[in-house]
Design a protein around this ligand. Structure first.
Ligand code: ATP
Length: 362
C-alpha cells in the first residue's frame, strides 16, 4: 500500500493545439497551454466558452478530437480517465449517499484493490488533513454544504493524484462560505504543492485563488497571465471588460519613443503609457474606475470636461457616472466627504497610470 513517503511529485499539464468537436459544434478550438508543476491555473470565461470541456479533457472524461495532451512526460491523449492519475472535484460533489464519509473517501483506494484496512487508513489521514476528523461515520446528508465539499476534496486527494481538477467547486455554497472555502483550497494546494486546474466563471474568485488565469472566449484562449497581468494589461476589449470593471475610452498615440507611447486623451491631456506594440494613431484605452479623478472646481484649462449624470452611495465609496467626450465613464472615489450632485460639471484627470492600459487588439 501507499504511504506518505511514496508521495508523488506534482506534474505539469500541457495542451498542444487541442480541439474538441461535438458534431458541428467546436467546443474547444486549437487550444495550447502549459500548467507548471505545483501551479494553480484557472480556466475562466463566460458560459459556453469551453472551459468545462477543457477540464474534462484533462481528466480523460472527454477525448480530444485533435491535438495532444501531456501530463508530466506522459502523452495521455488516448488514455482513459482511470489511467491518467488525475482526480476531479465535481460541482455537485457526487458523493455516494448510502455510504459514510469514511467509505466515500476510501472508495477509490478500495476499487484499486488496496486492502480495506489500508484504504480506511489513507482515507482517515486525508479527512484529518482537511479538518473532518470526527465526522467519518456520518452520511453525506448529515453534513453541511461546506463539509460535503471537503469530503469531495478528501476523496479526490486520497490517491495523491499528479493533478487535481476543480469544476466550479464553490457554486453550491453561500457567499460567506465561498470566500472561506476558496482560501482553504488555495492553502491546501500550496501546502501540498498540487498541480491544479480550476474552472470558474467568477472573475473575482479567479483573481483571488490563481497563480495564473487562462481567459477563454468562444472556444479559444483570449489571454493567459497572472491576475495582475490580466488586470493591468488586458490584451483585448473582451478581457478588459471581463476581468474587473473597465471604462473604455478613446485616445490617440501622438508619438512613441522606444516602449513608451505619448497618448493624448480628449484633445488636451497627454499621458505616457507602455505602448504594447501599438503605433501612432487612434487607440482604445482601458481605465479602471479608481484611476479616474473628478474635480468639481471650475474646469481648469487643458483638463478634460464632463458632467456627472448619476451618483451612487456604495457605503465606503461613491460611484459616479460621467458623460464626457472621451466616453461614458464610471468613477469610484474614496476620499470625498461631500458627494458631487448629478448635473455638476467636472474636470477629469487620471490619478494613476497603473490603472490605465492601451488595448493592443480592439
Ligand atoms: P458553462 O460555464 O455554462 O458550463 P463552459 O465554458 O464550461 O460553460 P462547455 O460546457 O465546455 O462550456 O461547452 C462549450 C460548448 O460546447 C458549448 O457550446 C456547449 O453547448 C457545447 N457542448 C458541451 N458539451 C457538449 C456535448 N456533450 N454535446 C454537444 N455539445 C456540447
Amino acid at each position: 500500500s501507499r504511504s506518505p513517503a511514496s508521495k508523488k511529485q506534482a506534474a505539469s499539464v500541457e495542451f498542444r493545439n487541442v480541439t474538441k468537436r461535438y458534431g458541428n459544434v467546436t467546443a474547444v478550438d486549437s487550444v495550447s497551454f502549459t500548467i507548471e508543476p505545483g501551479e494553480l491555473v484557472t480556466l475562466l470565461g463566460p458560459s459556453g466558452c469551453g472551459k468545462t470541456t477543457t477540464l474534462r479533457m484533462i481528466a480523460g472524461l472527454e477525448m480530444a478530437s485533435e491535438g495532444r495532451i501531456l501530463i508530466g512526460e506522459r502523452d495521455v491523449t488516448h488514455l482513459s480517465a482511470a489511467d491518467r492519475d488525475v482526480s476531479m472535484v465535481f460541482q455537485s460533489y457526487a458523493l455516494f449517499p448510502h455510504m459514510s464519509v469514511l467509505e466515500n473517501v476510501a472508495y477509490g483506494p478500495a476499487v484499486q484493490g488496496i486492502p480495506k484496512k489500508d484504504a480506511y487508513e489513507m482515507a482517515m489521514q486525508k479527512l484529518e488533513l482537511i479538518g473532518l476528523k470526527g465526522l467519518e461515520k456520518r452520511a453525506p446528508s448529515e453534513l453541511s454544504g461546506g463539509q460535503q465539499q471537503r469530503v469531495a476534496v478528501a476523496r479526490a486527494l486520497v490517491l495523491e493524484p499528479q493533478v487535481l481538477l476543480f469544476d466550479e467547486p464553490l457554486s453550491n455554497l453561500d457567499a460567506k462560505l465561498r470566500r472561506r472555502v476558496r482560501e482553504d483550497i488555495r492553502e491546501l494546494q500550496q501546502s501540498l504543492n498540487l498541480t491544479v486546474a480550476y474552472v470558474t466563471h467568477d472573475q473575482e474568485e479567479a483573481l483571488a485563488v490563481s497563480d495564473r488565469i487562462i481567459v477563454m472566449s468562444n472556444a479559444r484562449i483570449a489571454q493567459t497571465g497572472t491576475p495582475r497581468e490580466l488586470y493591468e494589461e488586458p490584451a483585448d476589449l473582451f478581457v478588459a471588460d471581463f476581468i474587473g470593471d473597465a471604462n473604455i475610452i478613446h485616445g490617440e498615440i501622438v508619438d512613441t519613443s522606444g516602449e513608451v507611447a505619448n497618448v493624448r486623451i480628449g484633445g488636451t491631456t497627454n499621458i505616457q503609457l507602455p505602448r504594447r506594440g501599438v503605433g501612432e494613431g487612434a487607440v482604445k484605452l482601458a481605465v479602471r474606475p479608481d484611476a479616474i479623478a473628478l474635480d468639481d472646481a471650475a474646469a481648469a484649462a487643458g483638463k478634460i470636461t464632463g458632467t456627472v449624470r448619476k451618483a451612487s452611495y456604495l457605503g465606503t465609496q461613491m460611484e459616479y457616472e460621467v458623460e464626457s467626450p472621451i466616453g461614458e465613464l464610471f468613477v469610484v472615489q474614496y476620499d470625498r466627504q461631500d458627494p458631487i450632485a448629478p448635473g455638476t460639471p467636472v474636470s477629469i484627470s487620471f490619478a494613476t497610470q497603473r490603472g490605465i492600459a492601451i488595448i493592443p487588439r480592439a
